[in-house]
Design a protein around this ligand. Structure first.
Ligand SMILES: Cc1ncc(COP(=O)(O)O)c(C=O)c1O
Length: 452
C-alpha cells in the first residue's frame, strides 16, 4: 500500500471528441432495415423519432466527432471521472494481478448514463424539441435523462419497467426532483401498454415493452422525440469519453490493460470503456482481451441468435441485426434491472461476430457475492449491473493467482448501488434466487423472429 490509489485528470482533459469505432472496423455492420419494406432505411425514416444531428451520428464513419462546447461544459460537473487502482481488493485476493476500475458512479445520476443523456438532450433542444420520452429499466437512465432535461430545459417523460418501479420507489422521487414524469410500464397511457395489460394484468414489464410505449408517444407528436439509453451507435459513441479518459489515466499509472471488462445490458457502458482500446488495437496498438459480461437469466450475447429482430416488444422500431433472445422474450424479474433487455447493441453484436470481443454470463447470486467483497475492500457499493463486471474481474484475478501471472485488469464500475439496497437486502436474507434461463419460452420467442 502507500502507492497511488486514484488517477485523476483535470477539466481541461475532458475529451474534445467522441471516438467512433466504425472508422476502424474491418467491415461495417449489416444495415438497419425498414420494418415494412425490409429494405435498408435512410436518415428520413428515423426523423420522426430523433433529431437529424443524432441520426447523422448514427450512420457516421468519421473517426472523431467533436463534442459541442455546451456539452463539455456540462460534463465538467463530474468529468473526468476517476480511475482507481483496487489495491485493497488485490491484497484481499492475494493476486499478483493489477486491478483498475473506472468509476462512473460520480455522475449526478450515479452511473455512466448522463454521458449520453446530456448529449441527446442538447441536440434535441438545439432542434427545437420541447419534450423527450424514454424508457428506463433500473432507473439509472431515466434519472440521467431527467437530470439532462432539467439542465437544458426540456420536458422528460419516462416509462419505467414496472418491476423496477416497485422495487425502487426512490428512483422515481429522484426523477421527479429533476421535474420529469415517471410512469410504470406497461401503462394505460398508450395503445400498446393497454394491449399488454389486457393480456397480462400482472405484467412485470420489460425494457422492450417500455420502449414501445415511449416510441408510440413520441411518434404521435410533432414537438416530442424519443431518446434511447443504450443499444444505438450514437449512444455508444457518446460513452467513449470513458475509454478515452481511461487510456490517459492508465498512462499516468504507467500501465496498460491486458483485460478490459464491462457488464452488458444494451452495451453502452461496456462499449464506452472498450471501444477506444479496441480502436487502438485495430490501428496497430497493443492487443487487449475484451470481455462483455451479462446475466445468465437474460443471456443475449452468449445464448441468443444473431438475427434481424425488433428493438421493442410492440414492433414499432426498425429491424436490426443483433444477438437476440426474441423481442417477446420475458426475462425473469431479477435484480439487475438494467440488464433485462432481449437484444444487444448491433455494433457490439457485430464485433462479437468479428471475434474482437468475448462474452460470458453469470448468475446473480455470484455477482452480489463479488459486489459485497468489492465493497468491503474498496468502500463503494456497486450497482447490481456493475457486479457482473466485478465478478468477471475477480475471476480473472484469481486465475492470475493460480497461474502466477501478473496481468493488468481494467473494468468499468459503471454505477453505484445506493438506490439498489433492496436487492442487497434480499441477498443478505439469502432470498435471492438464480432463476434458470427458460429454454421453452426462449424457443417460442425465437420462433417469432421476423423473416428477413
Ligand atoms: C448501472 C447500469 N449499468 C449498466 C446498465 C446496462 O446498460 P448498458 O449495457 O447500456 O451500459 C444500466 C442500464 O440501465 C445501468 O443502469
Amino acid at each position: 500500500m502507500g502507492e497511488t490509489i486514484k488517477y485523476v485528470l483535470d477539466e481541461t482533459n475532458i475529451p474534445k471528441s467522441w471516438y467512433n469505432l466504425m472508422a476502424d472496423l474491418p467491415s461495417p455492420p449489416p444495415p438497419v432495415l425498414h420494418p415494412g419494406t425490409r429494405q435498408p432505411i435512410g436518415p428520413d425514416d428515423l426523423a420522426p423519432l430523433f433529431p437529424m444531428s443524432l441520426i447523422l451520428q448514427e450512420v457516421s464513419t468519421e473517426r472523431n466527432i467533436e463534442i459541442p462546447k455546451p456539452v463539455r461544459d456540462i460534463y465538467k460537473q463530474w468529468r473526468p471521472s476517476p480511475l482507481f487502482r483496487a489495491r485493497r481488493l488485490e491484497q484481499a485476493l492475494q493476486t499478483p494481478a493489477r486491478i483498475y476500475y473506472k468509476y462512473e458512479g460520480v455522475s449526478p445520476a450515479g452511473s455512466h448514463k448522463p454521458n449520453t443523456a446530456v448529449a441527446q438532450a442538447f441536440y434535441n433542444k438545439d432542434a427545437g424539441v420541447t419534450k423527450i420520452t424514454t424508457e428506463t429499466g433500473a432507473g439509472q437512465w431515466g434519472s440521467a435523462l431527467a437530470f439532462a432535461g432539467a439542465i437544458l430545459g426540456v420536458d422528460v417523460q419516462i416509462f419505467m419497467v414496472r418491476v423496477s418501479y416497485n422495487q425502487k420507489p426512490y428512483r422515481r422521487a429522484f426523477m421527479e426532483t429533476f421535474g420529469a414524469r415517471c410512469i410504470p410500464s406497461p401503462s394505460m397511457e398508450t395503445n400498446f401498454g393497454r394491449q399488454v395489460l389486457a393480456a397480462t394484468p400482472e405484467s412485470n414489464g420489460s425494457l422492450g415493452i417500455a420502449i414501445s410505449e415511449a416510441v408510440e408517444v413520441a411518434a404521435g407528436r410533432e414537438d416530442t422525440k424519443y431518446a434511447l439509453g443504450s443499444v444505438l451507435n450514437h449512444v455508444l459513441l457518446h460513452q467513449t469519453v470513458i475509454g478515452q479518459e481511461a487510456i490517459a489515466q492508465m498512462e499516468l499509472a504507467g500501465d496498460y490493460p491486458d483485460f478490459v471488462i464491462g457488464c452488458t445490458g444494451g452495451g453502452s457502458n461496456f462499449s464506452g470503456l472498450a471501444f477506444p482500446f479496441i480502436g487502438a488495437e485495430l490501428r496497430g496498438g497493443r492487443k487487449v482481451r475484451v470481455i462483455a459480461v451479462e446475466p445468465a437469466a437474460c443471456p443475449s450475447l452468449t445464448r441468443g441468435r444473431y438475427a434481424y429482430d425488433f428493438g421493442d416488444t410492440g414492433h414499432l422500431t426498425p429491424l436490426v441485426r443483433m444477438h437476440t433472445l426474441g423481442s417477446t422474450f420475458m426475462p425473469p424479474g431479477f435484480h439487475a434491472g438494467g440488464l433485462r433487455y432481449h437484444g444487444m447493441s448491433p455494433l457490439v453484436s457485430h464485433i462479437k461476430e468479428l471475434g474482437l470481443i468475448e462474452a460470458r454470463a453469470y448468475h446473480q447470486t455470484a455477482c452480489f457475492e463479488a459486489g459485497v467483497l468489492f465493497a468491503r475492500h474498496e468502500g463503494i457499493v456497486p450497482a447490481p449491473e456493475a457486479n457482473h463486471a466485478v465478478k468477471a474481474t475477480i475471476d480473472e484475478a484469481v486465475r492470475c493467482k493460480e497461474e502466477g501471472s501478473a496481468k493488468t485488469i481494467l473494468f468499468n464500475l459503471c454505477g453505484h448501488g445506493h438506490f439498489d439496497m433492496q436487492a442487497y437486502q434480499v441477498y443478505f436474507a439469502a432470498r435471492l434466487r438464480d432463476q434458470p434461463y427458460d429454454e421453452a419460452e426462449l424457443a417460442m420467442a425465437l420462433a417469432g423472429l421476423p423473416s428477413v
